[in-house]
Ligand binder design. Structure first.
Ligand code: NAD
Length: 294
């Protein structure tokens, strides 16, 4: 049976690790939170006393941590010194491309196979096992990475070598942030022009303005019942998380010299929304800031 160490049992990691256990894999779990560890035990996982302890005798190590610094620290202090050299190391957190490449390079220098595999899909997809994984790894390691991720996934796509999974993730989320703001501006303008929001939705969703932010995640309450806009913008993908990803995209644009003027504008608008105290709201709540309702 595949033995998996899962480190980081937060909003995303708890559901992902549970799906590994449900698939019949033996999961050794670790998180700094005692509450998260107790929940993991209830779900059939073996709680470990430390990250170093968790990775000692497993085939696969999966990390789902907040940001680059956490991943670099856990790799350097716990995983690389303690894991078996034949273990496959997969980081699913969203981090900067440089951190992903650094940990992958350090791991390969010590003889490990490593992959960056950030996800698209929120906590519902993490719980439902329907995440999309964007993978950066060597071609010859991909089949094994795919097999390890399968119980948590709807789709697993190899983007290229080390770091390209993170590159795909931040490019996608920059596009999402920009398209959400564009959708919100269009609703706000429609309102000022006396155009009914539902009518605008009916027309734009069948016209060239159609996009995912409009038809699957509509920021105006009503037209898409499952969207967070109908639940007072609670749950979903937090504005603070979107800001984190937009910052990563801008950092990457600065270091690579790519021009991203709309990405920069989107970052500034989300910075303002989070600065006004709405970082916990779903990112589509930016509609209300643009309407002057914050
Ligand atoms: P979270 O803050 O809920 O969970 C992170 C967990 O890591 C926490 O339980 C924390 O205690 C634990 N942790 C921190 N440092 C640790 C350490 N040194 N050792 C062990 N555990 C440690 O965050 P989340 O929402 O689960 O997100 C995790 C990652 O997934 C982030 O990189 C995020 O950007 C990305 N992501 C989140 C979503 C989402 O909708 N929440 C969607 C896609 C991607």
């Amino acid at each position: 049976m595949t033995r998996i160490a899962f480190i980081g049992l937060g909003n995303m990691g708890s559901g992902m690790a549970a799906n590994q256990a449900k698939a019949g894999r033996e999961v050794v779990a670790f998180d700094l939170s005692a509450e998260a560890l107790a929940r993991a035990k209830e779900q059939g996982m073996t709680p470990a006393a430390s990250a170093g302890e968790a990775v000692k005798d497993v085939d696969v190590v999966i990390t789902m941590l907040p940001a680059g610094q956490h991943v670099r620290d856990v790799y350097e202090q716990a995983i690389l010194p303690n894991a078996r050299k034949d273990a496959l190391l997969i980081d699913c957190s969203t981090v900067d491309v440089d951190s992903a490449r650094t940990v992958n390079r350090d791991a390969s220098m010590q003889g490990f196979r490593a992959a960056d595999a950030p996800v698209s899909g929120g906590t519902a997809a993490a719980q439902g096992g329907t995440l999309t994984f964007m993978v950066g790894c060597r071609e010859q390691d991909f089949a094994e990475v795919e097999d390890a991720l399968k119980p948590m996934a709807k789709a697993i796509i190899r983007a290229g070598d080390s770091g390209t999974g993170q590159a795909a993730k931040i490019c996608n989320n920059m596009l999402l942030g920009i398209s959400m703001i564009g959708t919100c501006e269009a609703f706000a303008l429609a309102e000022s022009l006396g155009l009914d929001a539902q009518k605008f939705f009916d027309i734009a969703s069948k016209a060239s303005g159609q996009c995912w932010s409009l038809t699957s995640y509509c920021p105006w309450p009503g037209p898409v019942p499952a969207a967070p806009s109908n639940r007072d913008y609670e749950g979903g993908f937090a504005a603070a998380m979107m800001l984190k990803d937009l910052k990563l995209a801008q950092e990457a644009a600065d270091s690579s010299g790519a021009p991203t003027p709309l990405g920069g504008a989107a970052e500034a608008l989300y910075e303002e929304l989070v600065g006004r105290g709405f970082g916990g709201k779903d990112f589509s709540f930016i509609l209300q800031m643009l309407r002057g309702r914050t």
